[in-house]
Design a protein around this ligand. Structure first.
Ligand SMILES: [Zn+2]
Length: 139
């Protein structure tokens, strides 16, 4: 039994199991193999080893990928900040008030020391430290 990576003429890729490579070629010639996605019977064999390449650790794309997600996170944070009230150094106080329903629920951002953040977290108040990079956006 062999497993082949196949592709239809609509570029769907899928796996096919065959008794042998000859058996695949025979079935492909008489259009017995069809694409599971679109039933297309024009099937080509992808170069073997594409599996191995995909499984191998890829250092460079990983690094590039983390840069992309970092940029995405920053964009998401900037969006959050736009909808959020700047309470500056009153942040710990305001976060507590919102948590204990003493102030209207809303998004806020501001500054807090590490100790204050830990104290808030201890009280089950969800706070998220923002990277220094965003400081320029906090007016
Ligand atoms: Zn297809």
């Amino acid at each position: 039994m062999i497993v082949l990576n196949l592709s239809c003429s609509n570029s769907h890729s899928f796996e096919g199991w065959f008794a042998s490579l000859e058996e695949f070629q025979r079935q492909a010639e008489v259009h017995q193999i069809t694409c599971p996605h679109c039933n297309n019977a024009i099937i080509t064999k992808l170069p073997s080893g594409s599996h191995v390449r995909r499984a191998a650790p890829e250092k460079t794309p990983d690094l590039a990928g983390s840069e992309t997600s970092q940029a995405k996170i920053l964009t998401a944070l900037e969006d959050l900040l736009r909808d959020s009230e700047n309470v500056a150094s009153r942040f710990p106080e305001e976060a507590r008030k919102i948590h204990y329903a003493e102030a209207p629920p809303r998004r806020i951002h501001g500054t807090a020391s590490i100790d204050e953040v830990h104290a808030l977290l201890d009280e089950d108040i969800a706070v998220v430290p923002l990277p220094n990079l965003l400081r320029k956006d906090i007016h």
